[in-house]
Design a protein around this ligand. Structure first.
Ligand code: UDX
Ligand code: UDX
Length: 429
């Protein structure tokens, strides 16, 4: 099948690589010509494990271009994977999606299945349908399908091949699209959940909101654990052993970040408020997350009452391991906070970089070992394997102070203590 994928971002590239591996011919389009040029030259502009390899392996089945009209003509199926960022009032910026539909409306000459993969608020698929009709496009020329993505950065390729479910939202009178989608994804063995447009859109928001709730819940429990000498790792283990709860997404830390949870939670609050529905649970999830870093910094301040001009090392810049994505990264918020407190901040990340406008507030080292030399404190902000497996003997021999703040509860506390270092985790007494 000839498939057009609009938006060569984290989701669009992963989808392109996986669908090519399934045997489809992919026409991946982006408005960013620099990005497309890189891709045409065999360079993948983002770091996502296995992505580059999979794109290279399928290079005969993937073309990259900026020519959207041309790709629309060539393909019967169009995936829309452009970004849908949050706006300051919590609503979703649908301008990229809108602009894609404007181009589709102008160039649609034969029947297309238009699949919206980007995360969009309930009502958006309907809105795009109304838009095409208003532009004079015949309703017999297309069907719109909502097919939200559940890809975790860092394991997106694996998630693409082994999804827990494939959600599709279709219009009531649409008899064609389910067959087409099942055909596209025929290599997958996961169940299909077929619902309405709004149902599919809500499944995406509810899923991310629930996962964010689990994280804020365990972070709140961690705060209580601290005062009662209980270890939140044991609590999470005991809690997660109940299959009704499950063990995943119960890792306490300095809060969730990334391009999805913060914006999707806010979007859900926003769409509920628009209908005068109160969201006390979502409000609390946001409240815990937005104060988690502040709460953790107090631990640093208890140990180092004045950090003015003190050298402090933050390990990790990305919002989570195995990605170079820094969107809404708690690590960056931590670096900014330490800088505002007057600390001399040093940092290291295996793949992510400080954005250009923040390079003056911290020194980013090229090697893990050089980043903590003579530091008063080392703070773990992202649980990269390389950071979790730090050589504590080397750390102990090279740092000035002895404080290790494990902001992701990912290092071996006993090992750290064995070298005479002072360990402070999240909710670990
Ligand atoms: C995706 C989803 O699309 C988003 O809705 C979801 O919530 C998170 O995951 P992501 O892949 O992370 O977004 O976005 P990003 O990496 O920003 O890539 C979007 C791409 O779309 C960019 O390369 C941008 O240049 C491109 N784009 C944007 C277009 O090609 N056309 C446009 O009109 C606008
Ligand atoms: C998320 C969803 O998991 C995915 O299904 C959706 O499609 C896109 O959004 P992603 O943002 O890539 O994926 O990362 P995820 O693994 O969900 O982590 C999000 C944030 O939560 C990270 O900052 C991570 O460090 C944090 N987190 C995660 C915790 O603090 N504790 C946990 O137990 C799990």
């Amino acid at each position: 099948m000839n498939i057009c994928i609009i938006g060569a971002g984290y989701v669009g590239l992963t989808t392109s690589a996986a669908l090519a591996e399934f045997g489809h011919l992919i026409h991946c389009v982006d408005i960013n010509s620099e990005k497309i040029q890189k891709l045409q030259n065999g360079n993948v502009p983002i770091y996502e494990p296995q992505l580059k390899e999979l794109i290279c392996k399928n290079s005969d089945k993937i073309t990259f271009s900026t020519n959207l009209p041309d790709s629309i003509q060539k393909c019967t199926v169009i995936f829309v994977t452009v970004g849908t960022p949050g706006l300051t009032d919590g609503s979703t910026d649908l301008s990229f999606l809108q602009s894609v539909f404007t181009t589709i409306a102008q160039h649609l000459q034969s029947y297309k299945t238009i699949i919206i993969k980007s995360t969009v608020p309930p009502g958006t698929n309907q809105k795009m349908h109304q838009y095409l009709l208003a532009k004079g496009v015949s309703p017999f020329m297309y069907n719109i399908v909502s097919n939200p993505e559940f890809l975790r950065e860092g394991s997106a390729i694996n998630d693409m091949f082994h999804p827990d479910r494939t959600v599709i939202g279709i219009a009531e009178d649409d008899k064609r699209s389910e067959v087409i989608i099942r055909d596209i994804y025929q290599s997958l063995s996961s169940p299909f959940i077929v619902t309405s447009w709004n149902g599919a859109e809500m499944i995406k928001y509810a899923s991310n909101a629930f996962l964010a709730t689990k994280i804020s819940f365990i972070n709140e429990i961690a705060r209580v654990c601290d005062f009662y000498g209980a270890d939140v790792l044991d609590v999470a283990k005991g809690l997660g052993a109940d299959p009704r709860i499950g063990p995943l997404f119960l890792q306490a830390g300095i809060g969730y970040g990334g391009s999805c949870f913060p914006k999707d939670l806010q979007a859900l609050q926003h769409i509920a408020a628009a209908k005068l529905v109160k969201t006390p649970i979502l409000d609390a999830v946001h409240e815990v997350n937005s104060t988690q870093l502040e709460w953790y910094i107090k631990k640093l301040q208890e140990e180092l009452p004045s950090i003015q001009d003190k050298k402090v090392t933050v390990l990790g810049i990305a919002f989570k391991p195995n990605t170079d994505d820094i969107r809404h990264s708690p690590a960056i918020a931590l670096i900014q906070k330490l800088h505002s407190l007057g600390a001399d901040v040093h940092t290291y990340d295996p793949k992510a970089s400080l954005p250009a406008d923040l390079r003056h507030i911290a020194i980013q080292h090229k090697s893990l070992k050089s980043s903590y030399i003579d530091s008063e404190a080392v703070i773990i902000a992202t649980d990269w394997p390389e950071i979790c497996q730090l050589d504590w003997k080397h750390v102990q021999a090279h740092i000035k102070g002895n404080l290790i703040l494990d902001g992701r509860n990912c290092i071996n506390r006993e090992e750290v203590l064995r070298f005479g270092l002072n360990y402070k985790g999240v909710g670990r007494g």
